[in-house]
Design a binder for this molecule. Structure first.
Ligand code: AMP
Length: 110
């Protein structure tokens, strides 16, 4: 069981900003931008290399909801990041979208 499963189960507290039957969004405990949310599926998925065709329904719902969640934080411009694998910085192996905003971002990302 990952840390995020414990947050979903409300065994570990989090600053939850959105929740429905399929997903939850909460504030990152170590924000790297003025707004830094994590949007996760309630069904645990390790990362994008471990998803099934049927997971597409929830993943699609998450992408559809991400804009409204960002907008509710006052963001029109925001960046969504998925760290897929330890080599690019994934530390929690429960798929999550970082929703980042409130400052400038460079491109290409570091
Ligand atoms: P990643 O490194 O892409 O796997 O992202 C994991 C994120 O989870 C990091 O940005 C951490 O700061 C964040 N994180 C770790 N523990 C918690 C927690 N208890 N509540 C909220 N965010 C957390």
């Amino acid at each position: 069981m990952t840390l995020f499963s414990k947050i979903i189960a409300k065994e570990i507290p989090a600053d939850i900003v959105y929740e429905d039957d399929d997903m939850m969004a909460f504030r990152d405990i170590n924000p790297v931008a003025p707004v830094h949310l994590l949007l996760i599926p309630k069904e645990p998925m390790v990362n994008l290399l471990h998803v099934e065709e049927c997971d597409g329904i929830v993943l699609g719902k998450m992408m559809t909801k991400a804009g409204a969640i960002a907008k509710a934080e006052g963001l029109d411009d925001f960046r969504i990041v998925v760290n897929n694998g330890a080599g690019v910085g994934q530390t929690v192996f429960h798929l999550h979208l970082h929703i980042l905003g409130g400052r400038d971002f460079s491109w290409p990302p570091g």
